[in-house]
Design a protein around this ligand. Sequence first.
Ligand code: GDP
Length: 339
Amino acid sequence: TASTLPQHKPRILLMGLRRSGKSSIQKVVFHKVSPNETLFLESTNKMVKEDVTNCSFVVFQVWDLPGHLDYFDSAFDSEHIFGGCDALIFVIDSQDDYQDALAKLHFTVSRAYKINANIKFEVFIHKVDGLSDDHKIDSQRDIHQRATDDLVDAGLENLHLSFYLTSIYDHSIFEAFSKVVQKLIPQIPTLENLLDIFISNSGIEKAFLFDVVSKIYIATDSSPVDMQSYELCCDMIDVVLDISTIYGDDADFSFPPERLKEENAFNTDSCAVIKLNNGTVMYLRQVTKYLALVCILREDSFKRQGLIDYNFWCFRKGIKEVFELRKTNKQLTNGENLE
Ligand code: GDP
């Protein structure tokens, strides 16, 4: 029997000092903005920026934490905000002096932990594209050491922080997000099992289950992930989205461009095959409204496409069952989940 997916979408809060790169991360991951365009993003003066992505598998909010503001004072409903949050990502600009950021990190996580000890705390050591490989390792070690020491000094040994080196200029930001989201899905073993069964019966080398809008992979089969395959699959999603946006059945041009891709065009019948000139085939199929499966296989194996299509059909049925359970649970706890 399949276990259930979370009763509500994973909620992720992105925090950090001003200019650490939060809006850029949000734009690049959830709105398909190219990294270079973030150079011209206007810094908003709003204290709290909130963005809930309804068309994605995850709910995502961004918070600026300028030095002088205290989000735990009575003006903010911190109980509500941290109580309902599954993961808190804290962004630290690695190209800047990170002394202040570390202080704010400590303050934020220790207070949030007291409100909700179940939050997963994730630290993105960001903008590492500007650092040499040695420098990256050194920064990570230094930040890790100092942040953990601070917690131990405060008697918070049980508060666990995870660290990631990220940049919007490569796929590291998507990879890090994928790991963060995967921690929030307790059924990962079930999904991984389904993927393993599917690929071994279909002669497929690697398969990723993607959240289409963000290109976060929420699950993959149990073979190791290599960055190149992941990047290739991300690129395929972009290509298919672009084509669907122009030629898809439901292309509705009344939406602003960034919504267009998310809301329409791509539907549950979407399917695409790309043959590369090195004998590799890429195969994409939509699984649910949010999720698509992208596979990499040899051209020889693709000769049995009928079998693959059939296996995919069984796989999708399995996933749907997992989601049906999720929906039932959701109805039961409806009041809690309505925004
Ligand atoms: P926010 O105030 O935290 O939302 O920060 P912004 O998203 O406005 O980013 C501040 C600046 O950092 C912008 O000029 C971005 O282009 C830049 N930036 C964001 N992410 C990266 C990154 O990964 N690498 C580099 N080199 N610059 C980045």
